[in-house]
Design a protein around this ligand. Structure first.
Ligand code: ARG
Length: 460
């Protein structure tokens, strides 16, 4: 018998049961559901619907039920439709009529919204911690290879030399924007829907502020219809996680390239690679490929939820139950990728000699010659044209750009620009890829990490 079977003369068809039960996936919400229920009980106590003693007894039993889940000892019975009904059924089984009072003035509609907000708030906290750990690993890899540089690319064609630390920091900045966005999403989780009831509140004298304060929510709902139907916080979290996944997938693709024999810029530690079942020589960069591949699933989860929400009339509709699996899946997958990538970067060997050989490609000095002509007063477009001609000559003759420059007396004063590492050192404008700009960037990065950590630690 379900908790709502009163008005029905026959039980649910098994096919509908299979379609509609959600316990099989929402049982992981037990901790947050019990948190919400205990706060609701205190609200009932405050309204004198429950005596102090009744409220304490109920909260004690809810703690016991939580301990059953923690120990893996909670037994689901056939009629437990979802985590909410399972916990209420168990409380009533233990306490009889007192357990049956727990749902007073509440609906599963405001209950599930409350539970999911509490869950998402905590889950975002875990993702934030894992992003900071990855940022730390990227910065540490740059520090460990302080002088290393590589070619910077546009269109995947060698463009200009960049320090490895500058390159890795580019990923760190993107990740810190993810932190900022997720922090925002978490702030918007922090509104309590408890007290909205099924859709229109209650005639009982319940103050939504009481449970909201206990649960550490920043505010309470203003509109009961919005409170039970709003899943923006799930959609937003899924977007933020999908964009984070897109950043991780770009890092994954880069590691795939760097660890290929063609690039050979880096080697993943053995413990972050796999072998081939057939080809004995293979060492595959699966960690990077999965980081790249998971993004598809994260984007899919976001898309799926948005389509579910589109066109839903107010207020609660059972469609909303479809919010959970994409949310759980995205959070789990992104945590797996974040932690595995962090380990992979921590154990990565960077081969500066190969990478630097690419960055020392003489063609990359073309812009330095053009910029020195500019310093002598030549308009940039004209300088670009002149150096372009030198490059064309070098391509046609097969000579290096340096040899072409030396051959032309009017340009031979620029030959020093070809000295190894010169072009990199000259990239000194604010935020640029060379060593002088790096220290300032590092200061800004450290400061941004500190600011975000302080900001986010102050919040729940
Ligand atoms: N398991 C349901 C969900 O996740 C709980 C709410 C059910 N409410 C209802 N009126 N049937 O959305």
């Amino acid at each position: 018998m379900t908790l709502w079977s009163g008005r029905f003369s026959s039980s649910m068809d098994t096919t509908l049961w299979d379609l509609s039960e959600s316990y099989s996936f929402d049982h992981i919400l037990y901790h947050h559901d019990i948190m919400g229920s205990k706060a609701h009980v205190r609200g009932l106590e405050h309204a004198r619907i429950l005596t102090n003693e009744e409220a304490s007894t109920l909260c004690g039993v809810l703690d016991d039920i939580e301990a059953e889940f923690d120990r893996g000892a909670f037994v689901r019975v056939g009629s437990d439709e979802d985590i909410h009904t399972a916990i209420e059924r168990r409380a009533t089984e233990i306490l009889g009529p007192l357990g049956a009072k727990i749902h007073t003035g509440r609906s599963r509609n405001d209950q599930v919204a409350t539970t999911l907000r509490l869950f998402t708030r905590d889950a975002i906290g875990e993702v934030l911690r894992s992003i900071f750990a990855l940022v730390d690993a990227l910065v540490a890899l740059g520090d460990a290879n302080e002088l290393a540089y590589l070619p910077g690319y546009t269109h995947l064609q060698r463009a200009q030399p960049v320090l490895l630390s500058h390159h890795l920091n580019a990923h760190a900045w993107a990740l810190l924007r993810d932190v900022d966005r997720l922090g925002d999403a978490r702030r918007r989780c922090n509104v309590s829907p408890l007290g909205a009831g099924a859709l229109a509140g209650t005639s009982l004298d319940l103050d939504p502020q009481i449970p909201a304060t206990i649960l550490g929510f920043e505010s309470t709902f203003a509109n009961s219809l919005d409170a039970v139907s709003d899943r923006d916080f799930v959609a937003e979290t899924l977007f933020d996680v999908a964009l984070l996944g897109v950043h991780l997938s770009r890092m994954g693709e880069e590691l795939v390239l760097w660890t290929s024999s063609e690039f050979a810029f880096a080697t993943l530690a053995d413990q972050f690679t796999t072998g081939s079942s057939m080809l004995p020589q293979k060492k595959n960069s699966d960690v990077a490929e999965l980081a790249r591949g998971k993004a598809g699933r994260l984007v899919g989860n976001l898309t799926g939820l948005l389509v579910t929400l589109k066109g839903l009339p107010l207020s609660y509709n059972r469609d909303l139950q479809e919010d959970k699996e994409p949310l759980f899946d995205s959070l789990r997958q992104v945590m797996l990728v974040l932690t595995a990538l962090t380990g992979a970067y921590r154990a990565l060997s960077f081969h500066s000699s190969t990478a630097q050989a690419g960055a020392d490609d003489q063609a990359l000095v073309a812009i330095d010659i053009a910029e020195d002509l500019v310093k002598e007063g030549v308009p940039f477009r004209q300088a670009h044209e002149e150096v372009g001609k030198l490059v064309a000559e070098s391509v046609a003759s097969g000579e290096t750009l340096r040899d072409v420059v030396l051959r032309h007396q009017e340009y031979s004063r620029f030959s020093g620009l070809f000295d190894v590492g010169t072009s990199l050192r000259r990239r000194s404008s604010p935020g640029a890829s060379g060593p002088l700009a790096r220290d300032e960037q590092r200061r800004r990065l450290d400061e941004r990490v500190r600011t975000l950590k302080n900001l986010l630690e102050g919040e729940t």
